[in-house]
Design a protein around this ligand. Structure first.
Ligand code: ZN
Length: 392
Protein backbone atom coordinates (compact mmCIF):
# COMPACT_ATOMS: atom_id res chain seq x y z
CA UNK A 1 0.00 0.00 0.00
CA UNK A 2 1.36 3.41 -1.04
CA UNK A 3 -0.27 6.52 0.39
CA UNK A 4 0.61 10.10 -0.60
CA UNK A 5 -0.31 13.00 1.68
CA UNK A 6 -0.04 16.73 1.14
CA UNK A 7 0.10 18.53 4.45
CA UNK A 8 -0.47 22.26 4.97
CA UNK A 9 1.54 21.94 8.18
CA UNK A 10 3.65 19.03 9.39
CA UNK A 11 4.43 18.65 13.10
CA UNK A 12 6.90 15.80 13.46
CA UNK A 13 6.30 15.14 17.19
CA UNK A 14 9.46 16.92 18.35
CA UNK A 15 10.41 20.51 19.13
CA UNK A 16 11.43 21.06 15.48
CA UNK A 17 9.65 24.06 13.91
CA UNK A 18 6.45 23.19 12.02
CA UNK A 19 7.00 22.75 8.27
CA UNK A 20 4.61 24.18 5.67
CA UNK A 21 3.37 22.55 2.46
CA UNK A 22 5.03 19.20 2.91
CA UNK A 23 4.36 15.97 1.07
CA UNK A 24 4.70 12.53 2.64
CA UNK A 25 4.92 9.18 0.95
CA UNK A 26 4.02 6.09 2.94
CA UNK A 27 5.13 2.70 1.75
CA UNK A 28 5.35 -0.75 3.37
CA UNK A 29 4.17 0.53 6.73
CA UNK A 30 6.77 3.26 7.00
CA UNK A 31 7.34 6.85 5.99
CA UNK A 32 9.30 6.46 2.77
CA UNK A 33 9.76 10.15 2.03
CA UNK A 34 9.08 13.61 3.39
CA UNK A 35 9.62 16.35 0.84
CA UNK A 36 8.52 19.67 -0.56
CA UNK A 37 6.93 18.56 -3.81
CA UNK A 38 3.96 16.24 -4.18
CA UNK A 39 5.23 12.81 -5.17
CA UNK A 40 4.38 12.04 -8.79
CA UNK A 41 4.50 8.25 -8.51
CA UNK A 42 1.31 6.23 -8.70
CA UNK A 43 -0.23 5.65 -5.25
CA UNK A 44 -3.19 3.72 -3.89
CA UNK A 45 -4.53 6.72 -2.00
CA UNK A 46 -3.96 10.46 -1.98
CA UNK A 47 -4.93 12.81 0.81
CA UNK A 48 -4.73 16.51 1.54
CA UNK A 49 -4.78 17.70 5.17
CA UNK A 50 -4.49 21.02 6.96
CA UNK A 51 -2.12 19.42 9.45
CA UNK A 52 -0.33 16.09 9.88
CA UNK A 53 0.95 14.89 13.27
CA UNK A 54 2.18 11.56 14.66
CA UNK A 55 -0.39 9.15 16.06
CA UNK A 56 -0.91 9.90 19.76
CA UNK A 57 0.72 7.74 22.42
CA UNK A 58 -1.17 7.42 25.70
CA UNK A 59 1.32 6.23 28.33
CA UNK A 60 -1.32 5.43 30.96
CA UNK A 61 -4.59 3.63 30.26
CA UNK A 62 -6.74 0.85 31.71
CA UNK A 63 -8.40 -0.81 28.74
CA UNK A 64 -10.79 -2.91 30.87
CA UNK A 65 -12.43 0.18 32.35
CA UNK A 66 -14.83 2.42 30.43
CA UNK A 67 -14.85 5.53 32.60
CA UNK A 68 -17.52 4.18 34.95
CA UNK A 69 -18.16 6.45 37.97
CA UNK A 70 -17.33 3.73 40.52
CA UNK A 71 -14.21 1.73 39.68
CA UNK A 72 -14.41 -0.64 42.64
CA UNK A 73 -17.93 -1.84 41.94
CA UNK A 74 -17.14 -2.08 38.22
CA UNK A 75 -14.72 -4.90 38.97
CA UNK A 76 -17.26 -6.64 41.19
CA UNK A 77 -20.26 -6.25 38.91
CA UNK A 78 -18.69 -7.07 35.55
CA UNK A 79 -17.70 -10.57 34.56
CA UNK A 80 -14.23 -11.22 33.15
CA UNK A 81 -15.83 -11.75 29.72
CA UNK A 82 -17.61 -8.39 29.89
CA UNK A 83 -14.33 -6.71 30.77
CA UNK A 84 -12.64 -8.42 27.83
CA UNK A 85 -15.33 -7.15 25.47
CA UNK A 86 -15.01 -3.66 26.96
CA UNK A 87 -11.25 -3.74 26.43
CA UNK A 88 -11.76 -4.65 22.77
CA UNK A 89 -14.22 -1.78 22.37
CA UNK A 90 -11.98 0.72 24.20
CA UNK A 91 -9.03 -0.24 22.00
CA UNK A 92 -11.10 0.46 18.87
CA UNK A 93 -12.39 3.78 20.24
CA UNK A 94 -8.82 4.83 21.12
CA UNK A 95 -7.61 4.16 17.61
CA UNK A 96 -10.54 5.98 16.01
CA UNK A 97 -9.66 8.99 18.19
CA UNK A 98 -6.09 9.00 16.90
CA UNK A 99 -4.35 7.05 19.65
CA UNK A 100 -2.06 4.59 17.86
CA UNK A 101 -0.09 3.32 20.89
CA UNK A 102 -1.11 2.85 24.53
CA UNK A 103 0.53 1.51 27.66
CA UNK A 104 -1.97 -0.43 29.76
CA UNK A 105 -0.96 0.02 33.40
CA UNK A 106 -3.00 -2.64 35.06
CA UNK A 107 -6.11 -4.75 34.87
CA UNK A 108 -7.69 -7.63 36.76
CA UNK A 109 -7.13 -10.10 33.96
CA UNK A 110 -4.51 -10.45 31.23
CA UNK A 111 -6.93 -8.81 28.78
CA UNK A 112 -4.51 -6.15 27.59
CA UNK A 113 -1.83 -8.77 26.94
CA UNK A 114 -4.09 -11.01 24.84
CA UNK A 115 -5.59 -8.01 23.08
CA UNK A 116 -2.09 -6.67 22.29
CA UNK A 117 -1.34 -9.90 20.43
CA UNK A 118 -4.75 -10.03 18.71
CA UNK A 119 -4.35 -6.45 17.45
CA UNK A 120 -0.79 -7.17 16.29
CA UNK A 121 -2.12 -10.17 14.33
CA UNK A 122 -4.75 -7.95 12.72
CA UNK A 123 -7.72 -9.69 14.34
CA UNK A 124 -9.01 -6.50 15.98
CA UNK A 125 -8.73 -2.76 15.39
CA UNK A 126 -6.79 -0.93 18.06
CA UNK A 127 -3.58 0.78 19.02
CA UNK A 128 -0.28 -1.01 19.58
CA UNK A 129 -0.35 -2.03 23.24
CA UNK A 130 2.45 -2.12 25.80
CA UNK A 131 1.02 -4.03 28.76
CA UNK A 132 1.94 -4.19 32.44
CA UNK A 133 -0.32 -7.10 33.38
CA UNK A 134 -1.43 -6.76 37.01
CA UNK A 135 -0.07 -3.95 39.14
CA UNK A 136 2.02 -4.92 42.16
CA UNK A 137 0.52 -3.42 45.32
CA UNK A 138 0.89 -4.08 49.03
CA UNK A 139 -1.74 -6.33 50.68
CA UNK A 140 -4.90 -4.22 50.85
CA UNK A 141 -3.16 -1.42 48.95
CA UNK A 142 -4.46 0.91 46.26
CA UNK A 143 -6.07 -1.12 43.48
CA UNK A 144 -5.77 -4.42 45.39
CA UNK A 145 -8.99 -5.66 43.78
CA UNK A 146 -7.25 -5.78 40.42
CA UNK A 147 -3.63 -5.94 41.62
CA UNK A 148 -1.17 -8.63 42.61
CA UNK A 149 -0.79 -8.20 46.37
CA UNK A 150 2.89 -8.19 47.22
CA UNK A 151 4.74 -8.08 50.55
CA UNK A 152 8.50 -8.13 50.98
CA UNK A 153 11.35 -7.86 48.47
CA UNK A 154 11.39 -11.51 47.38
CA UNK A 155 7.64 -11.55 46.90
CA UNK A 156 8.02 -8.37 44.84
CA UNK A 157 10.52 -10.19 42.63
CA UNK A 158 8.13 -13.11 42.33
CA UNK A 159 5.33 -10.71 41.40
CA UNK A 160 7.46 -9.38 38.55
CA UNK A 161 8.25 -12.92 37.40
CA UNK A 162 4.54 -13.74 37.36
CA UNK A 163 3.73 -10.73 35.17
CA UNK A 164 6.55 -11.65 32.81
CA UNK A 165 5.26 -15.23 32.66
CA UNK A 166 1.79 -13.90 31.80
CA UNK A 167 3.31 -11.96 28.89
CA UNK A 168 3.64 -8.45 30.32
CA UNK A 169 6.01 -5.96 28.65
CA UNK A 170 6.52 -3.69 31.64
CA UNK A 171 5.81 -3.49 35.38
CA UNK A 172 3.53 -1.22 37.41
CA UNK A 173 4.18 -0.63 41.12
CA UNK A 174 1.90 1.08 43.63
CA UNK A 175 4.06 3.38 45.78
CA UNK A 176 1.30 5.31 47.59
CA UNK A 177 -2.42 5.34 48.22
CA UNK A 178 -4.78 6.50 45.50
CA UNK A 179 -8.08 8.19 44.80
CA UNK A 180 -10.28 5.33 43.60
CA UNK A 181 -9.68 2.75 46.36
CA UNK A 182 -11.75 3.15 49.52
CA UNK A 183 -9.45 3.58 52.55
CA UNK A 184 -6.31 4.26 50.51
CA UNK A 185 -4.83 7.65 51.43
CA UNK A 186 -3.13 9.25 48.41
CA UNK A 187 -0.49 10.98 50.55
CA UNK A 188 0.70 7.85 52.40
CA UNK A 189 3.36 5.30 51.42
CA UNK A 190 2.39 1.79 50.34
CA UNK A 191 5.08 -0.44 48.77
CA UNK A 192 8.38 0.34 50.52
CA UNK A 193 11.49 1.59 48.78
CA UNK A 194 13.10 -1.79 49.50
CA UNK A 195 10.19 -3.69 47.90
CA UNK A 196 10.23 -1.43 44.84
CA UNK A 197 14.01 -1.69 44.47
CA UNK A 198 13.78 -5.50 44.47
CA UNK A 199 11.00 -5.44 41.87
CA UNK A 200 12.99 -3.04 39.69
CA UNK A 201 16.16 -5.15 39.85
CA UNK A 202 14.10 -8.16 38.76
CA UNK A 203 12.36 -6.21 35.99
CA UNK A 204 15.66 -4.86 34.65
CA UNK A 205 17.05 -8.40 34.51
CA UNK A 206 14.33 -9.16 31.96
CA UNK A 207 14.62 -5.86 30.10
CA UNK A 208 11.31 -4.57 31.46
CA UNK A 209 10.64 -0.92 32.28
CA UNK A 210 8.89 0.08 35.49
CA UNK A 211 6.21 2.68 36.23
CA UNK A 212 5.12 3.64 39.74
CA UNK A 213 1.75 5.01 40.78
CA UNK A 214 2.80 7.67 43.30
CA UNK A 215 0.78 10.62 44.57
CA UNK A 216 2.24 11.22 48.06
CA UNK A 217 5.45 13.22 48.47
CA UNK A 218 7.47 10.57 50.28
CA UNK A 219 6.28 7.71 48.07
CA UNK A 220 7.27 9.65 44.93
CA UNK A 221 10.79 10.00 46.32
CA UNK A 222 10.93 6.33 47.42
CA UNK A 223 10.02 5.25 43.89
CA UNK A 224 12.52 7.63 42.27
CA UNK A 225 15.33 6.48 44.58
CA UNK A 226 14.39 2.86 43.87
CA UNK A 227 14.94 3.63 40.17
CA UNK A 228 11.57 3.71 38.37
CA UNK A 229 11.36 4.94 34.78
CA UNK A 230 8.21 6.98 35.38
CA UNK A 231 6.12 8.40 38.16
CA UNK A 232 2.41 8.21 37.38
CA UNK A 233 0.39 11.15 38.81
CA UNK A 234 3.11 12.67 41.07
CA UNK A 235 0.62 15.23 42.32
CA UNK A 236 2.16 15.96 45.73
CA UNK A 237 5.76 16.23 44.50
CA UNK A 238 8.10 18.75 46.18
CA UNK A 239 11.38 20.45 45.24
CA UNK A 240 13.47 17.51 46.43
CA UNK A 241 11.40 15.21 44.19
CA UNK A 242 11.95 17.58 41.26
CA UNK A 243 15.71 17.28 41.79
CA UNK A 244 15.44 13.47 41.97
CA UNK A 245 13.44 13.38 38.71
CA UNK A 246 16.16 15.34 36.95
CA UNK A 247 19.06 13.47 38.54
CA UNK A 248 17.58 10.08 37.63
CA UNK A 249 16.19 11.08 34.23
CA UNK A 250 12.75 9.79 35.25
CA UNK A 251 9.57 10.85 33.45
CA UNK A 252 6.48 12.35 35.03
CA UNK A 253 3.12 11.24 33.60
CA UNK A 254 0.80 13.75 35.29
CA UNK A 255 -2.59 12.26 34.27
CA UNK A 256 -4.24 15.66 34.76
CA UNK A 257 -7.47 14.44 33.17
CA UNK A 258 -7.92 11.72 35.81
CA UNK A 259 -8.38 14.12 38.72
CA UNK A 260 -10.02 16.79 36.54
CA UNK A 261 -12.75 14.47 35.19
CA UNK A 262 -13.71 13.35 38.71
CA UNK A 263 -13.69 16.97 39.92
CA UNK A 264 -15.68 18.28 36.94
CA UNK A 265 -18.34 15.57 37.42
CA UNK A 266 -18.52 15.83 41.22
CA UNK A 267 -22.23 16.70 41.11
CA UNK A 268 -23.23 13.74 38.94
CA UNK A 269 -24.35 11.83 42.04
CA UNK A 270 -22.81 8.61 40.76
CA UNK A 271 -19.32 8.73 42.25
CA UNK A 272 -18.54 7.55 45.79
CA UNK A 273 -18.10 10.42 48.29
CA UNK A 274 -14.56 9.37 49.20
CA UNK A 275 -13.49 9.60 45.55
CA UNK A 276 -14.87 13.13 45.18
CA UNK A 277 -13.32 14.20 48.49
CA UNK A 278 -9.85 12.90 47.58
CA UNK A 279 -9.92 14.33 44.04
CA UNK A 280 -11.11 17.71 45.35
CA UNK A 281 -8.29 17.79 47.90
CA UNK A 282 -5.74 17.04 45.16
CA UNK A 283 -7.12 19.24 42.38
CA UNK A 284 -5.39 22.58 43.11
CA UNK A 285 -2.19 21.00 44.48
CA UNK A 286 -1.90 18.86 41.37
CA UNK A 287 -2.17 21.87 39.07
CA UNK A 288 0.39 23.81 41.11
CA UNK A 289 2.94 21.03 41.64
CA UNK A 290 2.92 19.53 38.19
CA UNK A 291 3.29 23.00 36.66
CA UNK A 292 6.27 23.63 38.95
CA UNK A 293 7.86 20.36 37.80
CA UNK A 294 7.38 21.27 34.12
CA UNK A 295 8.84 24.76 34.64
CA UNK A 296 11.81 23.25 36.51
CA UNK A 297 12.64 21.02 33.55
CA UNK A 298 11.18 17.63 34.55
CA UNK A 299 10.43 15.54 31.43
CA UNK A 300 6.66 15.24 31.07
CA UNK A 301 5.13 12.38 29.07
CA UNK A 302 1.47 12.27 28.06
CA UNK A 303 -0.81 9.77 29.74
CA UNK A 304 -4.42 10.25 30.81
CA UNK A 305 -5.28 7.26 33.06
CA UNK A 306 -8.10 6.57 30.58
CA UNK A 307 -10.79 4.31 32.00
CA UNK A 308 -11.02 6.18 35.32
CA UNK A 309 -14.33 7.99 36.07
CA UNK A 310 -15.58 10.04 33.08
CA UNK A 311 -12.07 9.82 31.57
CA UNK A 312 -12.91 8.07 28.31
CA UNK A 313 -10.39 6.30 26.08
CA UNK A 314 -11.51 8.32 23.07
CA UNK A 315 -10.86 11.62 24.92
CA UNK A 316 -7.06 11.53 25.15
CA UNK A 317 -6.99 14.85 23.31
CA UNK A 318 -8.39 16.37 26.53
CA UNK A 319 -5.20 15.42 28.41
CA UNK A 320 -3.15 17.11 25.68
CA UNK A 321 -5.33 20.22 26.00
CA UNK A 322 -4.88 20.19 29.80
CA UNK A 323 -1.09 19.94 29.46
CA UNK A 324 -1.30 23.12 27.40
CA UNK A 325 -3.83 25.05 29.51
CA UNK A 326 -2.78 23.91 33.01
CA UNK A 327 0.99 23.54 32.65
CA UNK A 328 1.43 26.40 30.21
CA UNK A 329 2.92 24.25 27.47
CA UNK A 330 2.58 25.52 23.92
CA UNK A 331 0.23 23.31 21.88
CA UNK A 332 3.31 21.91 20.12
CA UNK A 333 5.02 21.08 23.43
CA UNK A 334 1.88 19.29 24.62
CA UNK A 335 1.77 17.32 21.36
CA UNK A 336 5.45 16.41 21.80
CA UNK A 337 4.71 15.11 25.33
CA UNK A 338 1.92 12.96 23.89
CA UNK A 339 3.95 11.59 20.96
CA UNK A 340 7.77 11.42 20.90
CA UNK A 341 8.24 11.80 24.66
CA UNK A 342 5.66 9.18 25.63
CA UNK A 343 7.07 6.97 22.86
CA UNK A 344 10.56 7.28 24.35
CA UNK A 345 9.21 6.41 27.80
CA UNK A 346 7.54 3.28 26.42
CA UNK A 347 10.61 2.35 24.37
CA UNK A 348 8.67 2.15 21.10
CA UNK A 349 9.79 3.35 17.68
CA UNK A 350 6.61 5.35 17.04
CA UNK A 351 6.01 8.97 18.04
CA UNK A 352 8.15 10.91 15.55
CA UNK A 353 7.49 11.54 11.85
CA UNK A 354 10.81 11.12 10.07
CA UNK A 355 11.79 9.13 7.01
CA UNK A 356 12.02 5.45 7.91
CA UNK A 357 9.77 5.77 10.99
CA UNK A 358 6.60 3.68 11.39
CA UNK A 359 3.72 5.36 9.55
CA UNK A 360 1.43 6.07 12.50
CA UNK A 361 -0.04 9.47 11.81
CA UNK A 362 -3.14 11.65 11.90
CA UNK A 363 -4.64 13.94 9.28
CA UNK A 364 -6.23 16.93 10.99
CA UNK A 365 -8.63 19.62 9.83
CA UNK A 366 -6.80 22.42 11.70
CA UNK A 367 -3.28 23.30 12.78
CA UNK A 368 -2.41 21.58 16.07
CA UNK A 369 0.49 24.00 16.63
CA UNK A 370 -2.05 26.81 17.04
CA UNK A 371 -4.62 24.98 19.14
CA UNK A 372 -4.40 21.56 20.79
CA UNK A 373 -8.16 21.14 20.21
CA UNK A 374 -7.28 20.36 16.58
CA UNK A 375 -6.39 16.86 17.85
CA UNK A 376 -10.04 16.06 18.62
CA UNK A 377 -11.64 13.74 16.06
CA UNK A 378 -8.89 13.41 13.45
CA UNK A 379 -10.19 13.19 9.86
CA UNK A 380 -8.00 10.18 9.00
CA UNK A 381 -6.04 7.83 11.24
CA UNK A 382 -3.18 5.89 9.66
CA UNK A 383 -1.58 3.10 11.66
CA UNK A 384 1.29 0.97 10.43
CA UNK A 385 0.99 2.50 6.97
CA UNK A 386 -2.67 1.51 6.50
CA UNK A 387 -5.80 3.66 6.81
CA UNK A 388 -7.31 2.61 10.14
CA UNK A 389 -10.20 5.08 10.27
CA UNK A 390 -11.75 7.83 8.19
CA UNK A 391 -14.19 10.28 9.71
CA UNK A 392 -16.79 11.61 7.28
ZN1 ZN B 1 -4.01 4.25 36.39
Amino acid sequence: MRIAIEAGTLLDGTAAPPRSNVSLLIENGRIARIGDAAPGEPTDRRYRAACVVPGLINAHVHLEANGEPNTTTLFVLKTPLERTLDAVRNARLSLEAGVTTVRDLGGAEANAIALRDAIARGDHAGPAIVAAGRALCMTGGHGYFIGRETDGPWDARKGVREQRKAGADCIKLIATGGVLTKGAVPGLDQLTEEEMRAAIVEARTHGMRVAAHAIGTNGIKNALRAGVDSIEHGHLLDDEAIELFKERGAYLVPTIAAVSCIYENASSGSQPDYVIRKATELYEKMRENVTRAWRAGVTIAGGSDAGTPYNFHQNYAYEVELMATVLGMTPQQALTAATSTSGALLGVEAGTLVEGAPADLLLLRADAARDARALRDPAVVIKGGAVAFERV
